[in-house]
Design a protein around this ligand. Structure first.
Ligand code: GDP
Ligand code: MG
Length: 441
């Protein structure tokens, strides 16, 4: 998505005259990109209409920074779409709240319940988990295992088959124990069946939740709107959590879920582990959706993990946009030395997903070391040239021989380099925000 939107804007900014036709072409391009990113058709159409209203052609013609005006309009419009206008009910520490989780089977409810409990526990709350899923075999075991690992009290039964009864008992019990966050995990069927919705309604009646959280798998695509709407119609959904944002999901479903439930996204799930859970923040999310990287998160991380004296130089290089092999070498050194810098680059679109996939750090490290060995056989000219074409076959042969590797590996490394250089090049000329200052543009 990010790529095609930036391309659309880029093309437009190259046009000398910005008239209605050019603007329309640009908007059509963006429309296509948003649809591909699973944003619902109606939402895209509304956005298109709004942008046309906002972007004043006279302003554009008058030579204002066209690209910036349009980018800003798109950015603002997407942010608005993610803001339902009112915050969700927020539980208060020390005061009992019941929170019920709903969503289709496999959407990530049970995992997310524990993450949600764990997140609050770390912040000094007294959470508890109730398993009201009697439909799926093993549901209670799964919750029990998660809860035990996180040392969170839980309630459930192997014998009782009535979810309403268990839910009511569990909530009752934890209220007595003065828990301040009682979390009810419910069952989810494969499809949006009447039986699931009826059961959900009954559990809700029996537990009187202060907040119902709809959990949605981010990879469900265009189905997001209808699914979210179906849940909203059966039970008073007040907030949304979007899961599996670590995968190939395009994220457009979040916009649909907000539109369909008129509720905000409050957290996102970014992995299977307990702490792969983030508070949802609209602006960085939209930046990422637009392929601009999460600048505020990126800058915070840079300030956090890159040594103070190296920061200005790194930022300077970023804004120049020329990614040489030497810069790659230095970044590899940083990654090996400091580890967490990998996290910094993982915030930039496409940077670490392929080079350093999560959970395979060891292999990634070995690969990086191998690349560095090959680069040790390069000349200064090769390391400092911003032109990848310099690396012809005979040079690659020489490097392979010099480092005792196969030419195929040198070629593979050069592919990796080109991929990174492309991403790095996108940052050229970008005004890099100072710490704490958020600017996606
Ligand atoms: P439920 O049926 O709605 O309770 O869903 P589960 O909590 O059992 O999750 C279904 C699967 O999705 C499990 O394998 C989870 O580990 C996985 N899962 C849940 N959340 C995430 C996430 O944010 N990222 C990834 N990668 N996997 C997730
Ligand atoms: Mg479950």
């Amino acid at each position: 998505l990010g790529g095609s939107i930036s391309r659309a804007i880029q093309q437009m900014s190259n046009a000398t005259i910005i008239d209605e036709k050019v603007l329309n072409e640009c908007l059509n391009e963006i429309t296509r990109a948003l649809l591909q990113s699973d944003v619902q058709f109606k939402l895209v159409r509304d956005m298109q209409t709004n942008i046309k209203k906002i972007v004043n052609l006279d302003d554009l013609a008058a030579g204002h920074n066209k690209r910036k005006i349009i980018q800003q309009a798109i950015f603002n419009e997407l942010c608005k779409m993610l803001d339902p206008g009112k915050p969700s009910f927020t539980p208060k520490k020390g005061k009992t709240s019941v929170v019920m989780f709903v969503g289709l089977q496999g959407s990530g409810k049970t995992t997310t319940c524990t993450k949600y409990a764990y997140y609050h526990q770390k912040n000094g709350w007294k959470p508890a988990l109730v398993c009201a899923d009697t439909f799926r075999a093993g549901a209670f075991d799964q919750l029990k295992q998660n809860a035990t690992k996180a040392k969170i009290p839980f309630y459930g039964s192997y014998m009782e088959s009535d979810p309403v009864k268990i839910a009511a008992e569990g909530v009752e019990r934890f209220k007595k124990e003065n828990c301040d966050l009682i979390i009810v995990d419910t069952s989810g069927r494969h499809k949006q069946e009447a039986a699931l919705f009826e059961e959900m309604r009954q559990v809700s009646e029996a537990t009187k939740p202060d907040l119902v959280i709809f959990v949605m798998d981010s990879s469900i695509g265009q189905a997001a709107f209808d699914q979210a709407q179906a849940f909203k119609q059966s039970v008073a959904v007040g907030a949304v959590i979007v899961t599996k944002m670590d995968g190939h999901a395009k994220g457009g479903g979040a916009l649909s879920a907000v539109a369909a439930t008129k509720s905000p996204v409050i957290f996102i799930g970014t992995g299977e582990h307990m702490d792969e859970f983030e508070v949802f923040d609209v602006k960085p999310f939209v930046s990422r959706l637009l392929g601009m990287g999460d600048w505020s998160g990126f800058m915070d991380k840079i300030h956090e993990v890159v040594p103070m004296d190296q920061q200005p130089e790194l930022l300077q290089k970023l804004s120049e946009g020329n990614f040489t092999l030497r810069i790659m070498y230095e970044q590899f050194q940083n990654i090996l030395k400091m580890g967490p810098i990998g996290q910094v680059f993982s915030m930039l679109p496409g940077f670490s997903a392929e080079l350093m996939p999560k959970g395979r750090e060891k292999e990634s490290q070995a690969k990086i070391k191998r690349y560095m060995t090959m680069m040790d056989s390069m000349t200064n000219e090769e390391l400092d040239s911003p032109n990848p074409k310099l690396m012809n076959e005979s040079r690659m042969m020489r490097i392979a021989r010099g480092s005792g590797r196969h030419i195929r590996e040198v070629m593979e490394m050069m592919e990796e380099y080109k991929r990174l250089a492309k991403i790095w090049g996108k940052m050229k000329g970008l005004k890099i925000p100072k710490k704490g200052e958020m600017s996606a543009l």
